[in-house]
Unconditional design. Sequence first.
Lengths: 130, 130
Amino acid sequence: MSKSTPTDAELEVLNVLWTKGPSTVREINEMLSREKEVGYTTTLKIMQIMTVKGLLERDESSRTHVYKPLMKESDTQRTMMDKLLNSAFGGSASKLVMQALGNNKTTKAELDEIRKFLDDQLENKKGERE
Amino acid sequence: MSKSTPTDAELEVLNVLWTKGPSTVREINEMLSREKEVGYTTTLKIMQIMTVKGLLERDESSRTHVYKPLMKESDTQRTMMDKLLNSAFGGSASKLVMQALGNNKTTKAELDEIRKFLDDQLENKKGERE
DNA sequence: ACCTCATTACGAAATATTTCGTAGAACTTC
DNA sequence: GAAGTTCTACGAAATATTTCGTAATGAGGT
């Protein structure tokens, strides 16, 4: 059994929870409403389903439930990355990376940061076969 | 209007077409069957829908139709990348790249290749504001 | 012409996801 | 404590995707 990736609607909820911390349905719904029209019960339902799926946990001690994510943002990012890597890039991380950095508007600061990161990675591979 | 990404089943078809070139339904279905059980008419239906959507074009001059993709692999990769970037990485390419290269088993050769690519990118940014 | 086989067309079932209406419970206010 | 508000639960409709059965068509062989 491999990890499953959240759906689009689920990911929107998770993004709010990761940046704002544990939240109520109303708080999530208000954040999402800034981007697009979405009914309160729609958000509620999504979050209830996510709870059943084990994506969220909720504190029911007060009438207004407070939800929090059960998975770390970075873990979810990795799972989604891996899926994209395998489904669209034939497993080649370098192709994916070059596509990400390619024609677009990555800033010099970002490129520098990545280079630094890359140097670290290469440093760790010192003893390995060429 | 932003570009839409192919579904999972559609992407599997596209991957075969990109590597094998224009193909018949049977050829695609045989390739897919190596990975998982999938009925012939299932593959046929997916490809017919893709044709209606404008993802594929087909040559009907012989009874056995020959399909080919209408979008380049790299364009599709970019579209899917952008979607992941925005939906899961808050638009930060560097976070995505570091996640892609992070704990996993990217080879030294790949890392070297990326570094070379990165140096080119930085070279192109020479005149820009720090 | 007849039979067989491969192919396409079509519709519909099965599954997954997203959306929302309605009901009832719990709290607030007057 | 009645009226109004906010919340959860639940079911179901709407939409999207995937799967496949059946029928019709065409091609090839006998």
